[in-house]
Design a protein around this ligand. Sequence first.
Ligand code: TXA
Ligand code: MG
Length: 344
Amino acid sequence: MQTLLLSASDPAAPALAAELIRRGELVAIPTETVYGLGADGLNEAAVAKIFQAKGRPQDNPLILHIWDARQLELFCHHIPESAYALASAFWPGPLTMVLPARDIVPRTTTAGLSTVAIRCPDSAVTREIIRLSGVPIAAPSANISGKPSTTTAQHVLHDHDGKIAAIVDGGPCRVGVESTIVDLTEDRPRLLRPGGIGPEQLISVLGDLVVDKAVTAQLGNDDIVKAPGMKYRHYAPQEPVVIVSGSREAAASYIRKHFIPGDRVLCFEEELPLYEGCSPLAYGKEADVTTLSAGLFAALRELDDPAIHQVYARCPVGGGVAYAVQNRLRKAAAFHIIDAEEET
Ligand code: TXA
Ligand code: MG
């Protein structure tokens, strides 16, 4: 199959993409977080193609993307007041809510769960595609399962050229890490995945938030998970990643001491001079965490190279979107963290 590349600025793109979605084809769509691999979320055969193209485990449910918050009631029931409050505060935007699913949502989309994850993305072209297609679009991140997510149309082309009907190129994703997922089906709201909306922002609306264990620790095979996707190896290049925490100087001294040829250093731009001779790759500025979230997955993709032996990574501290960057890097490192202040 020839994969069609459509530009988001082409006025014909939304109608063309919507037509492909209606026909049950796969179309990669830009969002503010990452590119999604979209299909008609109500069409089981179309949804099955997503799992196949990504090599995604069948028990890992998909997010339904809607174009307007008012569509929530079409696909969910028993919607608490807190969901409306979150929608009015953060939609369109990088927030996904888990709510009880209506029967119209196929169990292929929810991987057999009675709940559905739903979000209204902050991309005008993608919302227009959803509106014109007349169906909610199921879309996971467009990467091959287990690999770093796709934040440019070129990343999607790399993973799916010739396998999907079209890619809508909306340029690099602004946020760069996936949406925050909050489960509203229990007594207390539960953070299943940190993302573009920080925990403090959620608490400012909800007044309460439980952080799921999957966010903060490596889960074992026997752990019961709320977000099935959290138990899989994720976001990671093929070689081991080790996070080195501590001050700039302590980290540089630890890394320089242990560095061997074939290793790489993933650091902040401000740190580049400290790693001369150690093949450093900067993913953004520590002083501006939005550049770190926007640059993280492209950097992890660049480091996904069989010639690399090990990656030493520097990770931002703090809340907001830094919390999501920490989460993705910790997962890429399988929670392997070395405190340089103690080690040197
Ligand atoms: O920013 C994003 O959310 C991107 C863009 C494309 O919208 N999408 C995305 O989808 O990250 P994906 O499939 O890569 O991650 C969705 C996560 C998975 O961990 C999945 O297990 C979880 O959401 N999930 C989906 N439905 C769920 C449900 N009903 N209950 C709990 N977790 C759910
Ligand atoms: Mg994903």
